[in-house]
Ligand binder design. Structure first.
Ligand SMILES: Nc1ncnc2c1ncn2[C@@H]1O[C@H](COP(=O)(O)OP(=O)(O)OP(=O)(O)O)[C@@H](O)[C@H]1O
Length: 295
C-alpha cells in the first residue's frame, strides 16, 4: 500500500492554563484524538468554527508544537523522532501560508529578494539560478516584473499573499499548510487566490492541508474534508460526500450556515442545537468521528 504524504494518528493536544481559583493548574484539551491522512498531491480541507482546534492541528503537523498524544507521520516517518539533519530537510518539504501575509514577509525586503531568500538559506543553486528561479515562480503566481522591486507595504493584500505563496513554493515542498490563507482578503480577491492555489497544486503536485472556517472556500479546492468541533474530528471523507450526505449533526449545521452551497436535500436533517459557524467553541462534546465512505 502506498505511504500517505501525511498521516495524523490519534493526535491530542492539551494546553496548561493558568491556575484557577483554588490555585490548581487547569488543563484544556484543544485537540482530541484526531486522525486523518493526506495523499501526495491531494488537498485535505479542515473546517470548523473558531476555536475548534484547526490551527493547533496545523502547528502539530508542521512540528511547531509537540503533541500531548498521538503522532504525525510525514511520508511514513514519525516527525517527532527525526535527526536534526533530517529535520532541516523536513522544514523545506513542509511549507506554510498563513492568514496574514504581512507577518510572513520582511517589511524591509523587496519582493524579488523575499522569494530568493529561502533558496539562499537552504543553499540551493548559484546566485544567478536563484534569481532566475524566483522570477519564474513570481511569474507563475501572477506577480509581474514591475512589482519585483516593491516592498510589502507597497502591495495589495492579494499581491502580498501571492508573494507569500511564491516564497513557500520556491522550495518545491511536498506539503503546503494553508491556514485561513484568504480570510484576510476581499471576497473578489479570495476567488483569484483560491484558483491560483488550485492551479499550482495541479501543476506542482504538492499536497495541501487547507484550513478554513468557510466551507465555500474549502469546497472549491478540497478532495477530502475533515470537520472539527470542540477539538474533535466529528466527520471526515471525500468532499462531495460531506457536502451531499453529511452524517454528523454539526456538519449539517455548518452547511446550513452556508445555504447557497447546500444541495436542497442536505438541509432537511436535524441541526445541532446552538451551533453555528463562527461561534466560539465551548465545552467538550463526544468525539465520535463519522467516516463518510466513498460512494
Ligand atoms: N497556547 C495556548 N494555550 C492555551 N490555549 C490555547 C493555546 N493555543 C490555542 N489555545 C486554545 O485552543 C483552542 C483551539 O485553538 P485553535 O487556534 O487551534 O482554534 P482554531 O479552530 O484554529 O480557531 P480560529 O479559526 O479562531 O483560528 C482555543 O480554545 C484556543 O483558545
Amino acid at each position: 500500500m502506498a505511504v500517505s504524504l501525511v498521516e495524523v494518528r490519534n493526535l491530542s493536544m492539551t494546553y496548561r492554563l493558568g491556575a484557577g481559583m483554588l490555585g490548581r493548574t487547569r488543563l484544556f484539551r484543544a485537540v482530541d484524538d484526531v486522525s486523518f491522512s493526506i495523499d501526495a498531491g491531494k488537498v485535505y480541507g479542515l473546517v470548523g468554527e473558531s476555536g475548534s482546534g484547526k490551527s493547533t492541528v496545523a502547528r502539530l503537523v508542521l512540528g511547531l508544537s509537540r503533541p500531548s498524544g498521538g503522532e504525525v507521520r510525514f511520508q511514513g516517518e514519525d516527525i517527532s523522532s527525526v535527526t536534526p539533519a533530517r529535520w532541516k530537510e523536513l522544514r523545506r518539504e513542509m511549507q506554510m501560508v498563513f492568514q496574514d501575509p504581512m507577518s510572513a514577509l520582511d517589511p524591509r525586503m523587496p519582493v524579488l529578494d523575499q522569494v530568493v531568500e529561502p533558496l539562499t538559506i537552504h543553499r540551493i543553486g548559484a546566485a544567478a539560478e536563484r534569481v532566475a528561479g524566483a522570477e519564474a515562480m513570481l511569474a507563475s503566481v501572477g506577480i509581474g516584473l514591475e512589482l519585483h522591486g516593491r516592498f510589502p507595504h507597497q502591495l495589495s493584500g492579494g499581491q502580498r499573499q501571492r508573494v507569500v505563496i511564491a516564497r513557500a513554493l520556491i522550495l518545491s515542498p511536498r506539503l503546503l499548510v494553508c491556514d485561513e490563507p484568504v480570510s484576510a482578503l476581499d471576497v473578489s480577491i479570495q476567488a483569484q487566490v483560491i484558483n491560483l492555489l488550485a492551479d499550482l497544486r495541479t501543476r506542482l503536485g504538492v499536497g495541501y492541508l487547507f484550513i478554513s472556517h468557510d466551507l465555500r472556500v474549502v469546497r472549491h479546492i478540497a478532495d477530502d474534508i475533515g470537520v472539527m468541533h470542540k477539538g474533535c474530528l466529528v466527520e471526515t471523507g471525500p468532499a462531495e460526500n460531506i457536502f451531499r450526505h453529511p452524517q454528523h449533526a454539526y456538519t449539517r449545521a455548518l452547511l446550513a450556515a452556508s445555504p447557497d452551497l447546500v444541495p436542497r436535500r442536505c438541509q432537511k436533517g436535524p441541526i445541532a442545537p446552538g451551533v453555528s459557524a463562527g461561534q466560539p467553541a465551548g465545552h467538550r462534546s463526544d468525539c465520535t468521528a463519522i467516516s463518510s465512505a466513498r460512494l
